[in-house]
Ligand binder design. Structure first.
Ligand code: HDE
Length: 724
């Protein structure tokens, strides 16, 4: 049984805390860091309880199932140190949840650089082809609290830590490349507006309420991010099916000090895909853990997700060259203006061992930066550099949060920061000040030319009068939302309109509704008119100042449907429900055959039956279309479907469940299929057997070909009755 003491001993020796072994003690070794991490740095902290006696926190063996009492029916005693310690520890189990992004899930992985990128940056983790760096990514929603549903419509956090050999580097990004506001000082207002009402704490993790849209419509810088969030980007199919973005413009700095402006992108190698809104709402009740479960299962099955890390690179003197300001975080740089350079690939392959110790305690900061990368003057970024450090102090209760195992850099730490609550290190240097002579000047100062130190891009300048205002180059809030809207396919535009209709239908204030329509109308009269129709209000007259017909690449999630659908690069890990009948041998044989065939292609199969008989994974009473990316009815099960309302074959599930699963899958645009006489089930619930995304075949092989093609087109190319 590994003890905490042993772990701490291993830790301090790994970190070279003894001055005798400190790599900085001998100047000859200054640039030769040999702190190569063990295969899993966190292993040394893991506590294995698979044998041995229970102990108190200070190590003595104990029993802790009964408190100490004065007499068998008497009062408990204050002297019961076992009781006090156990209850006290429990009372302090929670730390404050994140003020935003409280709900999330994370995993470990590795980044591998495609090349030596010293032509762009001095960052060492990008310094050689094949160079590997451990990473941890935490995905999240923003508004909901820690126990909220994964599928709330929201911007999603995409925070990545690189444990580089020159210190930790975090890209604390989102799955949407722009943000609601342009100056950090407005962040508390934004979050107060979107969070639940202060009187009744309603609604949880949702923006369909007056205060959110009161703020959005009074603060038009929100329009661009709102459009992304109302399109499929707000309800991704999984964390694995979304891109990530650094949002702000940053800088790459080379060894010689020259710098360029960059934007970070993480491009999903699973393909982009989104849920549909009704499905997301149903999921919030049926499986609030849908996204964390998906990520966990994919990694456990050896199908961990990957992203390519890419940058758009722009010359320093081009910050204002494209008709907007690169310091404005509400703007994308269209890919036509600055193409993506793919720097490397990042793969997640290990789930956390302990959610709290890893996912909850990882403390990201945009200020965790490494040599070769630098900030810009983006006023949102500048404010974040304060906020994240401050929030970590609040969550941890002291300044030593970087010493938590998940936050520890994978290289040794040497500085004169001392003490504080929870200090884990035993510093041996008694001359903990600089300059000193009594410790031979150590630790030395590292900079651009000595010790591969961090340095600020030497070309950066600042001057000007002190002003409390935003630059007028941040003023256009409507051209880019329109660019976004123009770049969606008609089905996706409808998706966005439907989302706006849903949200604004919840508003009670007529003034807010009118202001929302006025803002939408500056983006698109078409959108404003369609939303106004649902609200029963008159559409405002066109407001064409910012109207244009430009489009840009990379916006559409699903593509145009049919042959123009954007295909997913892989259907591995997508889930197919095989609707069978435990009472029919033919159905169970066909289900087994289908399972074998689909599993061979990496598809996850769940066979559904009336009872958990051999070969059945789920009952009809537990199964739901939300759990599947595609659904098949096999021959022999058709008798269970009745007319979609009546249960005809069994009293083991609520009336109409099989038909409900099938119909929901179809309504939500998922491919549905039937084998042989199973086609009757489609007819009995009103699914057109020749409809788009519907595959009725006699042979398993043909059915699998059709169904897998449908899965790759990821449903929305089939979306029909979706409004207008
Ligand atoms: Fe955050 N944000 N944020 N944010 N943010 C936090 O930090 C904040 C912003 C983002 O998985 C908090 O550790 C301010 C933009 C992610 O642990 C807090 C402003 C982007 C995460 C905070 C912003 C983000 C956070 C809450 C406006 C995308 C979760 C807990 C200036 C580029 C990280 C914490 C994780 C978390 C402040 C705006 C992304 C309160 C003041 C823009 C992914 O410090």
């Amino acid at each position: 049984m590994r003890t905490r003491t042993a772990a701490l001993l291993a830790w301090s020796s790994l970190l070279g805390l003894s001055q005798a072994t400190c790599p900085f003690a001998d100047p000859a070794t200054l640039d030769k860091r040999d702190d190569s991490p063990p295969s899993d740095f966190l292993d040394q902290y893991k506590v294995d309880d698979s044998d041995g006696y229970m102990t108190s926190d200070v190590g003595g063996p104990i029993e802790d199932q009964h408190s100490l009492k004065a007499g068998i029916r008497g009062s408990s005693l204050l002297e019961d140190f076992i009781f006090r310690q156990k209850i006290q520890h429990f009372d302090h189990e929670r730390v404050p949840e994140r003020a935003v992004h409280a709900r999330g899930a994370g995993a470990h992985g590795t980044f591998t650089s495609y090349g030596d990128w010293s032509n762009l940056t001095a960052a060492s983790f990008l310094g050689a082809a094949g160079k590997q760096t451990p990473v941890f990514i935490r995905f999240s929603t923003v508004a909901g609290s820690r126990g909220s549903a994964d599928t709330a419509r929201d911007v999603h956090g995409f925070a990545t830590r690189f444990y580089t050999d020159e210190g930790n580097f975090d890209i604390v990004g989102n799955n949407i490349p722009v943000f609601f506001i342009q100056d950090a000082i407005r962040f508390p207002d934004l979050i107060h507006a979107v969070k639940p009402r202060p009187d009744n704490e309603i609604p949880q993790g949702a923006t369909a309420h007056d205060s959110a849209w009161d703020f959005f419509s009074s603060q038009p810088s929100t329009m661009h991010t709102l459009c992304w969030a109302m399109a499929g980007y707000g309800i991704p199919r999984s964390y694995r099916h979304m891109d990530g973005f650094g949002v702000h413009t940053f800088r790459f700095v080379k060894e010689d000090g020259s710098s360029k402006l960059i934007k970070w992108h993480f491009k999903t190698l699973q393909g982009k895909a989104s849920l549909v809104w009704e499905e997301a709402q149903v999921l919030a009740g049926k499986n609030a853990d849908f996204h964390r479960q998906d990520l966990w299962d994919a990694i456990e099955s050896g199908n961990g997700p990957s992203w390519e890390l890419a940058v758009q690179v722009v010359d320093e003197d081009k910050a204002l060259a494209f008709g907007f300001d690169l310091l404005d975080p509400t703007k994308i740089i269209p890919e036509e203006v600055a193409p993506l350079t793919k720097l490397g690939v990042l793969k997640l392959d290990r789930n956390p061992t302990n959610y709290f110790a890893e996912t909850e305690q990882i403390m990201f900061q945009p200020g965790h930066i490494v040599r070769g990368i630098d900030f810009t003057e983006d006023p949102l970024l500048q404010g974040r550099l304060f906020s994240y450090l401050d929030t970590q102090l609040n969550r941890h209760g002291g300044p030593n949060f970087e010493q938590l195992p998940i936050n520890m850099p994978r290289i040794s730490i040497h500085n004169n920061n001392r003490d504080g609550a929870g200090q884990n290190f035993i510093h041996t240097n008694i001359r903990h000040y600089t300059p000193n002579t009594l410790n031979n000047g150590f630790p030395l100062q590292a900079n651009q030319t000595h010790g591969r130190g961090f340095f600020t891009a030497p070309g950066r300048t600042a001057n000007g009068n002190l002003v409390r205002q935003l630059s007028p180059t941040f003023d256009d809030h409507w051209s880019q939302p329109r660019l976004f809207y123009n770049s969606l396919t008609p089905v996706e535009q409808q998706f966005l309109v439907n989302a706006m209709r849903f949200e604004t239908s919840h508003l009670t204030s007529a003034a807010v509704k009118r202001r929302v329509l006025a803002q939408l109308n500056r983006v698109s009269h078409d959108v404003a008119a369609r939303v106004a129709q649902a609200l029963g209000m008159d559409a405002p007259a066109p407001d064409p100042t910012f109207y244009h017909d430009n489009v840009t690449a990379g916006i559409s999630i699903f593509g145009g449907g049919g042959n123009n659908a954007i295909l997913l690069p892989t259907i591995r890990t997508l889930r197919v429900g095989v609707l069978a009948s435990a009472g029919s041998d033919a159905a169970m044989r066909a289900a087994a055959q289908l399972r074998e065939r689909l599993v061979a292609d990496g598809v996850v199969v769940a066979v559904v039956g009336e009872t958990l008989a051999q070969g059945v994974d789920q009952t009809y009473s537990a199964a739901d279309a939300t759990g599947f990316d595609g659904v098949v009815v096999v021959e022999g099960a058709e008798g269970l479907f009745g007319d979609g309302r009546e249960a005809t074959g069994s009293a083991l599930f609520p009336a109409g469940r099989p038909g409900q699963v099938l119909l929901d899958a179809y309504r939500w645009g998922k491919p549905v299929a039937a084998l042989g006489r199973g086609g009757k089930a489609l007819q009995s619930v009103g699914v057109p057997v020749k409809g788009e995304g519907v595959f009725v075949e006699k042979e398993v092989e043909e059915l699998v070909t059709g169904l897998e093609g449908g899965l790759a087109r990821f449903r929305v190319s089939f979306l029909f009755s979706f409004g207008s």
